[in-house]
Design a protein around this ligand. Structure first.
Ligand code: AQP
Length: 342
């Protein structure tokens, strides 16, 4: 049956891209699917994290989930490191996946930079842990932003190779033809790739050194308005047709953000705003952004005032997650041929 899994790294500066590309869709899927949402702290440490800051960020992402409208009672919300099945299954997948597959990942190339020899081994193996996150729950659908498409393809490759390599054992142990499903990415909405406000060719990112490049979920109304006012644009008025935005990445980005926040298509936004100047469009966009984000920021602040409550919520979620993942992992151990005697 359909089951959704997705994760967000607690690496600081949760931004509008994370919200529109991921979290907002997480909220919507709760109506129709069983959902498991994870704060992927083990992914975060593939690059150095200051320990106190990491703990704070884990709670902040959890607060963002809940503040945005994820219901931790009806669905499962937890942090990855509290469920050991992720690490255990990732090790088995490390032995299924090939080094060449990992070397081809654009996120690894971007994050490792020029000094690849000096990147952590975890950064290289990142997609293998991601496959474990998803497949420990036999998740069928994963809502993500456009940037994660390649990793989702790798998850399918790992699932397929596991199913093939162990086909005989899978059948012999009574699991039928395939142990793991081939998971589908859900990359939906008018803003699957939000770009930097300073450079329409770069994605909005937590790690961009310029704070003006992104709208943080914790920014106050004045900051949001100021960042949008200063957002890079060209001097032309807004195009009257979608085609006209193709060669104007900054304009295209702002129209996409407006559409996603308003719950409209980009066509509808163009129909309303085409031909108008950015001096009119930007204040309307700022107002819309503040209207949608301020309540989330306020609720995050309220939740962050009680870290004990957040920790309890994560602990309860982890117990429920483990109850799903442990039998899946046990089946994998049987299929692989590990002896389980307790
Ligand atoms: N710019 C974006 N537009 C749309 N979706 C985005 N996502 C991230 N950036 C954008 C989606 O947010 C989810 C969580 O992402 P993550 O926790 O893996 O964070 P990330 O991709 O590492 O975020 P950054 O901002 O890109 O961090 P750095 O700067 O470290 O590279 C995912 O579903 C992702 O697609």
């Amino acid at each position: 049956h359909p089951r959704v899994f997705s994760g967000v790294q607690p690496t600081g500066n949760l931004h509008l891209g994370n919200y529109l590309g991921a979290i907002k869709n997480f909220v919507a899927l709760q109506e129709s699917h069983e959902c498991i949402y994870c704060v992927v702290d083990m992914h975060a440490i593939t690059v150095w994290q200051e320990p106190n800051e990491l703990a704070r960020q884990i709670r902040e992402v959890t607060a963002a989930f809940v503040a945005a409208g994820i219901d931790p009672e009806k669905h499962v919300v937890f942090n990855q490191s509290q469920v050991s099945a992720h690490a255990e299954l990732a090790w088995i997948f490390n032995c299924v996946a090939r080094i060449g597959w990992m070397n081809r990942m654009t996120q690894f190339k971007d994050k490792a930079g020029k000094d690849r020899e000096n990147a952590s081994l975890g950064l290289l193996a990142y997609p293998s842990l991601m496959a474990a996150d998803i497949l420990a729950y036999k998740a069928t659908h994963v809502p993500v932003g456009e940037d994660q498409k390649q990793h989702l393809e790798l998850t399918r490759d790992i699932a397929q190779k596991f199913n093939n390599d162990f086909a005989e054992s899978i059948a012999a142990k009574g699991f039928g033809e395939a142990y793991f499903p081939l998971t589908e990415p859900l990359i939906s909405g008018p803003a699957t790739r939000i770009m930097s406000l300073r450079d329409g060719t770069k994605k909005m990112s937590k790690s961009d050194p310029s704070d003006n490049s992104r709208i943080n979920l914790t920014d106050d109304a004045d900051t949001i308005a100021q960042k949008i006012r200063r957002a890079k644009t060209d001097p032309e008025p807004l195009s009257t047709e979608l085609e006209g935005l193709k060669a104007r990445p900054e304009a295209d980005n702002l129209v996409g953000i407006y559409a996603a926040l308003a719950g409209l298509s980009k066509e509808a936004v163009i129909a309303e705003w085409g031909g108008q100047q950015f001096s009119a469009f930007k204040p309307a966009l700022a107002e819309l952004a503040v209207d949608r984000l301020a309540p989330i920021a306020g609720e995050m602040r309220r939740l962050m005032a009680d870290p004990g409550h957040i920790d309890a919520l994560l602990g309860a979620g982890a117990a429920r997650a483990a109850a799903i993942a442990t039998p899946v992992l046990d089946g994998v151990k049987d299929v692989v041929g590990f002896v389980r005697s307790r």
